[in-house]
Design a protein around this ligand. Structure first.
Ligand code: GTP
Ligand code: MG
Length: 453
């Protein structure tokens, strides 16, 4: 396989920039561009050694550089790898990469380092996919979720299920040689129990998918309510700075304003909107329409009500418009007064919380309500959470097979049919880990990566 190279660090100014080289000739090529100050060649070094020196091209010295050597198979890709760390400037790293390419390496494609790691058995496909998720994680939960899959939580669970399925189909094949009367009831009971347990595990992974997506991508969350109830104050409080203009003039916010904020370790893609009311003002009217439209695509709706005043028909109308699914009624300004009965409005929303956006009170309750709605509180730390559509679809297909096997077993159909279904489930799970994935699937997975990863 050809030796590949790419800039592994972000394109921009930074303390350090790394050019990564992987392949049979990685060390030989590095020796052409790198001179250690002790004159020792990299090819004479063992793995896991770092050397200090300079990199050069035809025009002369490029920069001070540290060369880090990994020897196959003990490297990220499983091949010989050299990482040349120079100062992190766009020009320097590009010049160094050019020198490396001119010395015999070829430019790496998107995700090619990780793809090689996969092809060389350093990781399975789910672990490879988690690398991108780790890089793009924006909060602790997303970080934990990706790292757990990177460390093998998903592949291990799938391996466990697969081994069980293989054992079961092997048994079934043996039984197939005998008349069914000979199969002991007890054995059928064990079979049923095993299928049930597999179904449970797969179903849990499927059920947690939405939470996984919410953790990874953030939840599109809309802030709605009458004018002047404190939507923008809440937005600013959550984002930690004055993103939205706050005044005591009703109708201050005229357009939708978006900001990504963290609530606990969950990311919300928060949208502040114009206060909803009947208005003759042309510009405000457009804003009100936009506010109403934003409700449709929101995964979470925060309806803010001014608690220092009696609730009125307009508040109720907005609550009704938002609906009582994935919605939180927020009674704000409780530092002044709370004239609103929590119970009375509980039927309009999934949750009701009382806060003071101005005095930053009640935010814990808000966080809990959000966690409850997206199912975070139900997730056990030991469970595998996925946020990847490919994985989700495969697990769903495998589940369909095992579930059908369960049904067939219940109605006492032939064991042959069960064997076929369990074998199908095994095939699906092999696609998940990449053992049986087609080139097209593999291409697709790595095409989403950036160059250098
Ligand atoms: N006492 C008190 N005042 C608040 C609180 N939240 C907001 N306010 C005040 O209420 C007024 C309106 O706040 P905004 O955040 O602009 O309200 P809004 O819902 O965005 O209003 P529009 O953009 O006009 O729809 C401002 O004077 C805020 O300081 C609160 O928790 N307590
Ligand atoms: Mg506002």
């Amino acid at each position: 396989m050809k030796t590949i190279a790419a800039i592994a660090t972000a394109q921009g100014s930074g303390g350090i920039g790394i050019v990564r080289i992987s392949g049979e000739k990685a060390i030989e090529i590095s020796d052409k561009v790198f001179k250690s100050i002790d004159q020792n060649k990299l090819s004479n070094q063992k793995g896991y050694r770092a050397k200090y020196g300079y990199t050069f091209d035809k025009e002369g010295k490029i920069d001070e550089t540290i060369a880090l050597i990994f020897r196959a198979p003990k490297s990220y890709t499983g091949e010989d790898v050299v990482e040349l760390s120079c100062h992190g400037g766009v020009y320097i790293t590009r010049r160094l990469l050019r020198a490396v390419l001119e010395s015999g390496a070829e430019m790496a494609g998107p995700g090619e380092f990780t793809k090689r790691a996969f092809l060389n058995g350093k990781m399975d496909l789910t672990q490879a996919e988690s690398v991108m998720d780790l890089i793009s994680a924006k909060g602790k939960r997303a970080n934990d979720m990706a790292l757990s899959i990177r460390e093998g939580s998903l592949v291990n669970k799938i391996e466990e299920i697969k081994s069980k399925l293989i054992e079961m189909t092997a048994h079934l094949c043996v039984w197939a040689d005998y008349p069914e009367e000979d199969i002991q009831q007890l054995e059928l009971k064990v079979l049923k129990k095993d299928i049930d347990s597999i179904n449970n595990t797969l179903q849990k992974v499927i059920n947690n998918y939405d939470s996984g997506c919410a953790i990874k991508e953030g939840i599109r969350t809309v802030l709605i309510g009458k004018p002047n109830v404190g939507k923008s104050t809440l937005m600013n409080m959550l984002s930690g700075y004055e993103k939205s203009i706050v005044t005591d003039i009703p109708g201050t916010t005229r357009d939708t304003i978006e900001e990504t904020v963290m609530l606990g370790d969950i990311q919300l893609r928060l949208i502040d909107t114009a206060g909803i009311r009947e208005t003759e003002n042309y510009v405000e009217k457009i804003g009100v329409d936009r506010a109403k439209e934003s409700i449709i695509s929101a995964g979470l709706k925060l309806i803010v009500i001014d608690g220092s005043k009696e609730i009125d028909d307009e508040d109720i109308k907005i609550l009704e418009e938002a609906g009582n699914e994935n919605s939180i009624a927020i009674i704000n300004k409780i530092d002044i007064d709370n004239k609103i009965d929590k119970e009375r409005i509980s039927k309009y929303a999934s949750k009701v919380v009382e806060i003071s956006a101005k005095e930053k009170k009640g935010i814990e309750d808000l966080k809990e309500a959000v966690y409850d709605i997206i199912g975070m509180t139900k997730i056990d730390a030991s469970e595998v959470i996925i946020s990847n559509e490919r994985q989700f679809n495969i697990i769903k297909k495998a589940y369909k097979c095992t579930q059908e096997a369960d049904e067939i077993l219940k109605i006492g159909m032939t064991l042959d049919a069960i064997t076929v279904l369990l074998q199908d489930a095994i095939q699906e799970l092999m696609e998940l880990s990449g053992e049986r994935a087609s080139d097209k699937v593999i291409e697709e997975v790595f095409s989403k990566f950036c160059v250098g990863k």
